[in-house]
Design a binder for this molecule. Structure first.
Ligand code: ADP
Ligand code: MG
Length: 605
């Protein structure tokens, strides 16, 4: 009887399984995990390995001396990295648009007129024919502004709306004899041209503007022909979802959506060198890559992509000491996305969701340092260490302990940096692949699309369901269900969107609706996990057909996701495949497949 530990060093997590083993049987005693320290496959991993093993031994009331053997996975170092390239830019020339969500716009409705400085109102004759939109800079306070507007109104001047620099739209509006729509908090108010036609729209509470966020609405207001209407499309797009907006269209003015060249990707195969521009979008890039037998990928010098790809190789070189020319980028996942960017020429710091391409790459080295690592662990812990078989084979062995599975089988291991897949067909033939893009890529997409700075908040948005705090005593989950509380909830989260994180309510302080956050979260997962699952199955199938597999087991940290297994299962069910989350040894859920496989070791599967 010996006690043996299987240790799976992943990019993100080091997982351990410990079992008692004799000729007749294997009895698993427990499992543990710890954050991987350093780059997978390098010396720095030892700290994490030690922590994970000691943690479990303690739980089992065992000591290091009781351990007869540690088996580690033969992990070739693989790193994934993700980056984002913006490929469109909205520029406003001459014309002006303001679209933003001031906290306190005044009044509501649409106002149309000629822009006029508030000081010039006094120069107009009584009962002037024209309609006016008044511009007031920060020099006057709300009392003065309201007084002038009321006075003008009494003189028969038709003031249809106002644009203010300061944050006092409501204060002005409360004092007006006749209410008008008011947009406030416009920082660059001096840039608004005077004497030109202007349309301002303020939505009532809880609504968003409708007229000027629609290109035909703008066309109606400004009498545009079809050519001109096309040009204001980016502008109306930028106004969608805002509570207030202003459009000033001057005859020379234009709004353009410009494509920014983001650099080329070069894909080297054994026969040729192909290239594709990042700005052509994810679909074209992925199409190109899917038909090629990729040997290496690099980017155009002097561009962001070029820099990113070089950086990944450098990191690998630094950690492994391998010659940089021998380090190859083996796979890349491109995803179309949107990132909020400041509009060039906007007056109130407007943002527009510009098109962007997210990239995840995967770099591997042939150099196997596991024997070296095994020796280091042995010296450190004083326990025999051997390098188990290929990680993919171990994953198959581990995954097959999921009740109800059988061959032919494919396993998709979705971790943080890579999606690893392996398969065994009915004749026992095996195949495996590492693909770029997994959990980290999803978190990055969520982070960028929501425009949040904190990666950890994006990670939480990925992992936990959303809810809205409706009152001090209840929240409504994103699926519509309601939970009541006996004690009043904190005022800090009142009326906010929150994440329900293990019973704790964590506020999300961004001005984006719950529905939109949910949509971005789900789309990001679909773009990475569903795409990569299909890509992986196609690649490991000997006939390049997804339908080869009867059973697909999803394992790894990302399989713990509350909506991912269902998404993948649904997308594969179309091909008649039974897919589902693994349940290693019937107890572990989707974790611990490789560690379990390592303990089983030489057992035939
Ligand atoms: P690796 O095998 O590369 O070490 P893991 O299998 O530990 O990686 O998976 C890590 C990934 O799993 C991370 O992207 C993390 O965000 C994700 N993850 C972990 N727990 C959850 C969860 N409960 N819901 C969604 N994703 C999760
Ligand atoms: Mg793993």
């Amino acid at each position: 009887m010996e006690i043996i530990a299987g240790v799976d060093i992943g990019n993100a997590t080091t997982e351990v399984a410990i079992a008692k083993k004799d000729e007749m049987k294997i009895e698993f005693m427990g499992s543990s995990l710890y954050k991987t320290t350093g780059l997978k496959g390098t010396e720095e991993n030892i700290e994490g390995i030690k922590k994970a093993i000691l943690l479990l031994l303690e739980k089992l009331n065992l000591k290091l001396e009781n351990l007869d053997l540690i088996r580690i996975n033969e992990a070739t170092p693989v790193i994934g990295d993700v980056s984002m390239e913006t490929i469109t830019e909205t520029i406003i020339t001459e014309s002006t648009m303001i679209g933003h969500n001031p906290d306190t716009p005044g009044g509501c409705g649409i106002g149309l007129g000629i822009t006029i400085d508030i000081d010039d109102l006094q120069n107009l004759l009584e009962n002037d024919e024209e309609n006016y939109i008044v511009i007031a800079n920060g020099n006057k306070n709300f009392l003065e502004i309201a007084k002038i507007l009321n006075f003008s109104r009494n003189r028969g001047i038709k003031v249809m709306g106002a644009i203010l620099q300061k944050d006092d739209g409501v204060l002005v509006n409360n004092r007006l004899l006749v209410k008008i729509p008011i947009v406030d908090e416009v920082q660059l108010i001096e840039k608004i041209p005077l004497g030109v036609k202007c349309c301002i729209e303020v939505a009532s509470k809880g609504r968003v503007i409708e007229k000027i966020s629609n290109p035909y609405g703008i066309a109606t207001v400004f009498n545009l022909n079809s050519e001109e209407t096309k040009k204001v499309v980016p502008l109306s797009k930028a106004l969608i979802g805002n509570r207030s907006g202003v459009v000033i269209k001057t005859p020379q003015g234009d709004v353009k959506e410009k494509i920014i060249p983001a650099g080329n990707l070069y894909i080297k195969t054994n026969k040729s060198l192909e290239s594709v521009g990042i700005q052509e979008g994810a679909e074209k890039i992925m199409k190109k890559i899917s038909f090629l037998d990729v040997e290496d990928i690099f980017g155009e010098d002097g561009t962001n992509v070029g820099g990113m790809l070089k950086n990944v190789k450098n990191t690998m070189h630094k950690f492994t000491g391998e010659n940089i020319d021998d380090i190859k980028i083996k796979d890349l996942l491109a995803v179309d996305t949107f990132v909020p960017q400041k509009i060039k020429g906007g007056l109130a710091g407007e943002f527009m969701c510009e098109n962007a391409v997210g990239l995840a790459v995967m770099v591997g080295t042939e150099k196997n340092q596991m024997n070296h690592l095994a020796n280091m662990i042995k010296n450190e812990l004083g326990v025999n260490v051997e390098v188990g078989g290929v990680e993919a084979d171990m994953a198959i062995k581990g995954a097959l302990t999921t009740p109800g599975t059988g061959k032919p089988l494919a396993i998709i291991d979705i971790g943080a940096g890579s999606t690893d897949a392996c398969s065994i067909d009915k004749y026992g033939r095996r195949s495996h692949i590492h693909l770029a893009g997994a959990g980290n890529m999803v978190t990055l997409l969520i982070q960028k699309e929501l425009g949040i700075e904190d990666f950890n908040l994006a990670e939480d948005i990925k992992k936990y369901p959303l809810a809205k705090v409706e009152s001090f005593f209840n929240i409504r989950y994103e699926d519509g269900t309601v939970e009541f509380f006996n004690e009043p909830l904190s005022t800090d989260i009142f009326a906010k969107n929150v994440l329900v994180k293990n019973g704790e309510l964590v506020p999300i302080d961004i001005k984006i609706s719950l529905e939109k956050i949910r949509q971005i979260r789900r789309e990001s997962k679909r773009k990475v996990f569903v795409t990569n699952s299909k890509r992986a199955l196609r690649k490991i199938s000997l006939t390049k057909d997804i339908r080869d597999f009867e059973f697909v087991i999803i394992v790894g940290g990302s399989a713990l996701d509350f909506e991912v297994p269902e998404m993948i299962t649904e997308s594969l069910s179309k091909y008649g495949i039974v897919a589902g989350c693994g349940n290693i040894r019937g107890v572990e859920g989707p974790r611990n497949a490789v560690a379990t496989g390592l303990v089983l070791g030489d057992e035939e599967c």
